[in-house]
Design a protein around this ligand. Sequence first.
Ligand code: ADP
Ligand code: ZN
Length: 750
Amino acid sequence: MVCKPIVAPRLVRVVIDRAIHRELDYSVPDSLAERVSVGSRVRVPFRDKSGLATVVATLEHSDAKGLRPIEAVVGDAPMLSTHLLELANWIGAYYCCPIETVMRSMLPQVIRKAKVGFKRQLFVQPGRKIDRDELEKLQKRAPRQAELLEAISKLEKPKRVADLLRQTSLDNQTLRALAKRGLAVLREEAVERDPHGDEQFIPTTNLVLNEEQTRVLKEITEALEAPEKARPILLHGVTGSGKTEIYLQAIRASLDRGHTAIVLVPEISLTPQTVERFKGRFAEAQDAVAVLHSHLSEGERHDEWHKIHSGRARIVIGARSAVFAPLKNLGLIVVDEEHETTYKQEEAPRYHARDVAVVRAKIEKCVVLLGSATPSLESYHNAMTGKYQLATLLQRVDEKQMPLMRIVDLRSERRKQKSLAILSDKLRDAIADRLGKREQTILFLNRRGFSTSLLCSNCGEARNCPNCSVALTFHRQVARLNCHLCGHTAAVPKKCPACGQDALIYSGFGTEKVEATVTQIFPNAMVRRMDADSMSRKEAYRETLRNFRAGKIDILVGTQMIAKGLHFPNVTLVGIINADLALHLPDFRAGERTFQLLTQVAGRAGRGETPGEVFVQTFTPFSPSIQFARHHDFAGYFQQELEFRERCDFPPFQHAVLITIRSEHEARAKFSAETLRRRLRETLPTEFVLGDAAPAPLQKLQGQFRFHILIRGGSRRISGLSRLIRETLDKLPFPEDVAVAVDVDPYQLL
Ligand code: ADP
Ligand code: ZN
């Protein structure tokens, strides 16, 4: 056999970590050549400084003149695989954004900047043998050293110095003296910061699947057998139907084939409970499961990333950006709650992690499994048209009943109570009933704060945010007015600042007021609130969940933080305080979101022995999303929603691209938007429907005036449209204080 010599690259093409929108060529000095390949991170001279960059290609030759050499290689192995580079290119082309921006999402900052390293700690192990004479001398002259030596001689493997000294109650000086005599050997070693290192996970084994689950798992394992032929699998399973158990067993099947797996969950459902389920099932090796989420410290993130990159972790569970986890030999990507909008990143690159997962699976020839109780219209449509394979679970595990949904018409409640009631009589009675039976209640409202606006009844002025076109929310606990969009905060005026009258009225309510009202009505109940205000400490969240699970809390009030993924067997009542919040937004997905939210929140009820009950308070009891959710009729809802989307040329029938133009100066934003709109009309084929350059529904945000252009339609591939948009933008000289953002497949339409 002839061995091909490994040719070390002499020239490389790199993408610098800066927005310069092009690739650059460099030469590779001999001393570094062995360590450089595609995907390596390197330090290169750039203008008069140096910068970090990613190697995207090795070259035979370059047309560029006067190539400068790269200065250094960061890390031992390439940080991005060729697969991930291919994925980066796809994201750039599809989502209309420069590749260096994509890189920024692909590699965590702590890895990109290469400033944080492993934590190093001192370890001790036995040194040379000691003879009897010397030992006797030591015992006489330095009894503490002798004592420590005895402890060290019993060590089977190196031990952390700090631990040894703590256990023996001896000091560092004694240890140093022993080391000087050669009787102990000290060595620094890299140790990992394991965010879950101090927790014990109880090992679990596969549950015996029911008939439905068995059938679904079989479909998945068949796909794992022939991944190159497999289509993405959409698992539509009602809440509590045992989807997670299927993920666990599918991952096991993938590992058994020598492959690795990624599990994406929405950040919000990446709870200790979820992590525990995965860590517990794959407890065979401490390192097997790596966890990535936004609460990791820089050091922890660094170590988790390396655990994955080095191949020690074989399963990654994480939020959106975990779709870029540098696992090799990928066999399966699971996207749980695939309909969740938090998978969409709202800053560049504006990618959707579910769609990126589907593309990554195609590139790496692995299986992708999308799961949800309420699939997105996009995915369900893909399943209907055969692009995806549909698997369904219709039964809850153990044939538990779906909760009973009761609609409460707030219009008639209003007639009864005059003022806007927070709790209808029916909901109030139901809570009282549960309190009597020592069962638990969840009250859901997707709005924080106490009062949502402060109005003057004399002059009509509202307290609005000076930076955003929204009213300030009154937060009673901190006694301030806060803007939920930009964080602006203001003191609460005693009199109307506009007219000077003592005529301010508070109206609208959020979770804080729900909590106060419930506490007032049920003074003996233990009530807790869970939202971004009360849970700013990471520990508070865990603690509240723990107490709720332990039955120490009777009523939990919260925002979407409590809507997802949690299950508590003793919760038999869920109250949705206002189901209409999403319905009135100018967003074509408003109905879809309401349906999903009601179904998901309802899924929190009745997971134990007693069937659950859900009260939905609404002013629009006959809106389709509420009615279909009430009857747990996904198919019916899907059908009517799809008809609506088709009639209006909305996704999934047509792609949409939303361009936002913003500036501190309203006139400049408007002018730029109109100019851009004109140019786009000249450039884009007529099949694309171009909306007017119009003020965004949220006209002002964080001090910037915003204008929208919505592009729809076109049967062409989106990357073609993205390219045309990019070219048009590149040719237009926008004033410096005007920013333009392109959002392909937008979710945020405000
Ligand atoms: P989903 O993810 O669809 O909401 P889960 O996988 O969380 O459902 O399952 C709900 C509950 O049922 C969990 O407590 C889980 O351990 C249990 N479960 C799932 N599958 C089975 C099974 N085959 N036999 C017994 N219990 C099961
Ligand atoms: Zn604001």
